[in-house]
Design a protein around this ligand. Structure first.
Ligand code: ADP
Ligand code: TRP
Length: 320
């Protein structure tokens, strides 16, 4: 079973990204043949500074490796190392109706925000379909926001197979519905667009400060507090085991336990949890050649599959 997912290199990774996207992906490594790529072609739709884009691609690669992507198990590569994906995008674009892309939420939302859409943004779902179909993926784990893009992919695969004969595997979305939304320090969903994030690999002092700023209600120190409506408790629970969580619940309900104590405890748990990853990350930062080699090797392994698909596609449509 081939499992494929892509990540946009769009900024420093935060706790929401880790629990919502990275950890599920890392856990899948033992369940099938995982292909994971950094979607730097997709990133161009939002016009990043060129130097920043380069930096972010490397940053995402380092962070995923540090957090547990095992290059022996996973084919880990950069989208742009296989230009076949652009060729397939064009071929699929010729099977896509404009109306279908006009109905996509990501495009409609940008328009609603008053942004001037570029063609890349409009055609983003076709590039995503090419990513998935090029590698004959069976399962695609994504967040809920990507559900519609998967529907476009399945529709295109179906149309292509009907018009030109069985060519593509029909991918199944694996929507991560049961992943809890990680709250940001202001209590809204943690998101880089809200500036409420806790970065995975920020400095110690700075990160502690962030924890201290987590918004709580104004129950006074002596009074019992409700753990279930508390952002600090929600963050603490991401790292604590059952016993620790039960103890923390008691602390909240017993009174004479301040939010400051809970924040400090949550920060310490967070810091310890990422300690081994911090060390691994440092290793990859010090050895950029190793990161490049891992990505190049991933691209070589991905190319074997891509070449086979493209040969079939070119023959099917009459280009060869
Ligand atoms: P952001 O909201 O910071 O822009 P992205 O949209 O780039 O984050 O997120 C990439 C993936 O990370 C999402 O598809 C989703 O699976 C996961 N994710 C992001 N924020 C959260 C969150 N607060 N809780 C759970 N998962 C999240
Ligand atoms: N659009 C996805 C996101 O923003 C990233 C992505 C690009 C992707 N190509 C993909 C995810 C193919 C899964 C499969 O999160």
């Amino acid at each position: 079973m081939r499992i494929l997912s892509g990540i946009q290199p769009s900024g420093n990774l935060h706790l929401g990204n880790y629990f919502g996207a990275m950890r599920p992906c890392i856990e899948l490594q033992d369940k099938g043949d995982v292909f994971l790529f950094i979607a730097n072609y997709h990133a161009l739709t939002s016009h990043p500074e060129p130097e920043l884009l380069r930096e972010r691609v490397r940053g995402v690669a380092v962070d995923f490796l540090a957090c547990g992507i095992d290059p022996e198990k996973t084919v880990f590569f950069k989208q742009t190392d296989l230009m076949e994906v652009c060729e397939l995008t064009w071929i699929l674009a010729c099977q896509t109706t404009v109306g279908q892309l006009e109905r996509c939420h990501s495009y409609k939302d940008k328009i609603a925000q008053g942004l001037t859409p570029n063609h890349g943004l409009f055609t983003y779902p076709v590039l995503m379909a090419a990513d998935i179909l090029l590698y004959q993926s069976n399962v695609v784990p994504v967040g809920k926001d990507q559900k519609q893009h998967l529907e476009v992919t399945r529709d295109l695969a179906n149309r292509f197979n009907n018009n030109f004969g069985e060519t593509f595997v029909m991918p199944e979305p694996h929507i991560q519905e049961n992943v809890a939304v990680v709250p940001g320090i202001d209590g809204r969903k943690m998101s880089k667009s809200y500036e409420n994030i806790i970065e995975l690999f920020g400095g110690k002092k700075q990160t502690r400060k962030k924890f201290m700023k987590i918004v709580t209600d104004s129950t006074s120190l002596e009074d019992p507090k409700d753990p279930d409506s508390c952002n600090v408790f929600a963050l603490y629970s991401l790292f604590a085991n059952d016993e620790e969580l039960a103890q923390m619940r008691q602390n909240y309900q017993g009174g004479n336990y301040g939010f400051g104590h809970a924040k400090q405890a949550a920060f310490e748990k967070f810091w310890d949890y990422f300690e081994p990853m911090r060390e691994k990350r440092e290793y990859y930062i010090q050895n950029p050649d190793i990161v490049d080699d891992i990505l190049a090797d991933g691209a070589r392994r991905a190319k074997v599959v891509a070449d086979e698909t493209m040969e079939k596609v070119r023959i099917a449509v009459g280009l060869k």
